[in-house]
Design a protein around this ligand. Structure first.
Ligand code: SF4
Ligand code: SF4
Length: 341
């Protein structure tokens, strides 16, 4: 049943039971990239942080697995372009050997031979088409290969430039012919901040209606493992709940859980380019330590009290949150005297 008229809820929790079993590590592995998209801040692709040594990464993986045991860990790598790191495949193999899962975000630019050779080593990929430098035909080939192998999400970065825009639409049209993928047409945001580039009304209309025009046409014949998904808002007093996506919380500006207890840190962590380990990209509580000195990390043992008025990142929103009981009042029904006078 949906929430009552006041939309009160006291708990945000994973809609899919499977998601409750996974610890997710969102790890910025390095900021080197073979592309330099005009809308990407240079810190995200200029290579200034370099890559870590394999042994350092391996040790941190071990410590994470031990800390969260017996739960399974899904390591999700972002960059930069992580496939450029010479030890990336070795790292993927190591994670699989240890019995845990790996996924990553990629601009898909590695050769078809590379994807064919390594496709079985991953559990999830998020492939992004960047139209200034990406090749549409190559990109679609990679999506076809990976979608037969594991959960494959496709992002098409929708470029506002009228000369580039058609190639983005073309990629979206080709992508929906491939079964078992998910697709998002992403409007470009200046410096990946909060302000969108200027789009025409036709462009905006297409992005806003992407589900009807594209997403719903994708055929699904397989079900994949799920690490994170939509969230349920629970009113535990009246036993009511309502489902929502992280995206919708942001769009509706209802992404404020200040004063709530948050399970980020207990069911997810993030690692930044410089090795800082934090409960989320919100940085609440500051760095817990650095992955280069894993023995000194102060692992959270209880939920964190949220101190931010905006939980701005999809990843951060997708962790359990609870409004402490002393923050709301439960009014008991008045006792009705049913005895016969
Ligand atoms: S592919 Fe990604 S990381 Fe590389 S320059 Fe483009 S937006 Fe930045
Ligand atoms: S801002 Fe951080 S602490 Fe607050 S709810 Fe979001 S993830 Fe949790």
């Amino acid at each position: 049943m949906p929430l009552g008229p006041q939309n009160f809820y006291n708990r945000l929790d994973h809609h899919h039971e499977d998601c409750k079993n996974w610890i997710v590590v969102n790890w910025n592995l390095g900021n080197m990239c073979n592309f330099s998209c005009s809308y990407c801040p240079s810190i995200l692709h200029d290579g200034s942080f370099g890559w870590n040594d394999f042994e350092v990464v391996q040790k941190f993986i071990d410590v994470v697995i031990e800390n969260y045991a017996p739960r399974k860990v899904y390591f999700e790598f972002t960059g930069g372009e992580v496939t450029l790191w010479r030890d990336f495949i070795r790292t993927a193999e190591y994670i699989k050997e240890r019995g845990h899962d790996i996924g990553f975000i990629s601009n898909s630019s590695r050769t078809i031979r590379w994807w064919e050779k390594n496709k079985e080593k991953f559990d999830h990929v998020c492939l992004s088409f960047h139209p200034e430098e990406g090749n549409a035909e190559h990109f679609i080939e990679v999506v076809k290969i990976m979608s037969q192998q594991c959960r494959t999400h496709v992002n098409v970065m929708m470029h506002y430039d009228s000369e580039i825009w058609p190639s983005c639409v073309h990629v979206a049209e080709e992508a929906i012919k491939i079964p078992n993928i998910s697709l998002a047409l992403q409007p470009l945001i200046i410096d990946f901040g909060e302000t969108l580039y200027e789009y025409t009304s036709e462009q905006t209309e297409l992005i806003d209606n992407q589900w009807t025009k594209f997403g719903k046409k994708i055929q699904h014949t397989k079900s994949w493992k799920m690490y994170r998904g939509s969230m349920d808002m629970w009113d535990d007093v009246n036993k009511l709940s309502q489902n929502s996506s992280a995206h919708r919380f942001i769009n509706d500006k209802t992404n404020n859980w200040e004063g709530w207890l948050c399970w980020s840190g207990l069911e997810q962590i993030v690692v930044d380019f410089d090795g800082s380990v934090m409960i989320g990209w919100c940085r609440v509580g500051g760095a817990l330590g650095n992955m280069k000195q894993p023995e000194r990390i102060r692992w959270p043992v209880k939920p964190t009290m949220c101190t931010k008025s905006m939980c701005h990142c999809n990843f951060d929103i997708m962790s359990k949150k609870l409004l402490p009981k002393n923050r709301y009042i439960v009014e008991e029904d008045e006792e009705v005297d049913t005895s016969i006078q």
